[in-house]
Unconditional design. Structure first.
Length: 217
């Protein structure tokens, strides 16, 4: 990619990625506190300050490398996980579902907000900021939908895996939870064999179509 194009990509994606990851992690901590676990709050992780959630490798280096090598066709990364003591929740197994679901739901909310921003750029009088804002809004929609759908995959330690544990009967939940040690290697294999993209791309495209129809974009 040409240098100017690289700079443009970074400028367009930087804010959407930072907001998507920051609010995702803060939402976990906020809901955990609501259900009785103050671990994240005490450690200052129930915060909208991106610096409290950014992982230098997962939030900056990996997404940047993928952005440069794929031209923005796919994006993958992670933040510092918000610490949650599930045993500290008032009803650990049941409340785990809501703590886990809070992250993906925050990404859905942000995708809708970015869709509103895109709609605004289309109906408002055109000016110098119209094109950059519309490109950033499109990136915001995509980034948040990818993060939401990725985290809903039923693989531990992803949020979808936590939701599965919460919903399964106790014996099956325990057996499934023991697979968590293999979760990250499984994700890496799925990523580098392009199976992850094959799974996610149709879901992301369908979700974008739904949002575009809903907002008449």
């Amino acid at each position: 990619m040409e240098f100017n194009l690289v700079v443009q990509k970074i400028a367009i994606y930087a804010l959407p990625v930072i907001f998507a990851i920051t609010l995702h992690e803060a939402a976990h901590g906020y809901v955990a506190r609501h259900f009785g676990d103050n671990t994240a709050y005490v450690l200052g992780r129930v915060s909208l300050n991106p610096l409290r959630h950014i992982d230098p490798v997962g939030t900056v280096l990996v997404p940047l490398l993928i952005l440069l090598t794929t031209g923005g066709a796919f994006l993958f990364g992670w933040a510092k996980p918000v610490p949650v003591d599930f045993g500290g929740l008032r009803h650990p197994k049941r409340d785990m579902l809501w703590v886990a679901a809070a992250g993906p739901l925050s990404n859905l909310f942000m995708a809708l907000l970015w869709a509103l921003a895109l709609k605004f750029t289309l109906i408002a009088p055109q000016n110098t900021f119209s094109v950059p804002l519309s490109l950033m809004a499109e990136a915001g929609i995509t980034v948040n939908l990818v993060l939401m759908l990725l985290n809903l995959l039923p693989i531990l330690p992803l949020d979808g895996g936590r939701i599965v544990v919460s919903l399964l009967p106790n014996r099956l939940a325990y057996s499934f939870s023991r697979l968590e040690r293999y979760g990250f290697p499984i994700l890496l294999v799925l990523l580098f064999t392009n199976i992850l993209g094959t799974i996610l791309n149709p879901m992301v495209s369908a979700s974008i179509h739904v949002i575009a129809t809903l907002f008449q974009l």
